[in-house]
Design a protein around this ligand. Sequence first.
Ligand code: SF4
Length: 175
Amino acid sequence: MTAWSTSSMKIRILNILEQTMADGPGFRTAIYCAGCAHHCKGCHNPQSWDFQGGHEVTVDELMEVIKADSMSDVTFSGGDPFYQVDGFTELARRIKAETDKTIWCWTGFTLEEIQADPHMAQMLPYLDVLVDGPFILEQRDTSLLFRGSPNQRIIWLKGKPDDTIPGTVPLVPLK
Ligand code: SF4
């Protein structure tokens, strides 16, 4: 086995934002994927709902971009990465195997919904933080950091929680 694995598995993305500071703490490489069926009322990004939007890239190509920036951690957003869980799991596995970067992932599913679905749950062991749940327009609060409505939780799946970030949920045991 070689030191690095390779993967031609594909993920359909809308955009890659490099060195963004808006998608989690510090500098991050943010991968915005195509496709979301949650259709939250008031979604800030309804153009991301189309599962045929954007273009396909391989996990190898994404790894090149991620590894080229030694300073930035990684964010998965969309759309909803859990609709492309096979590709994102492979990407997350590679990131953890080949870098020391943290991964934050935004999803419209709740953690409990993901845990109840073995196919979706396969990605959880590789994520550091999951920001979960749908955006609820009636509860919108623009003062929240990294969230649109207070039902959404910033769940530390591993590592020491940063209690200075409101909405942090430190201990949700994985089933
Ligand atoms: S989960 Fe996010 S991208 Fe999907 S509809 Fe809701 S707010 Fe929009």
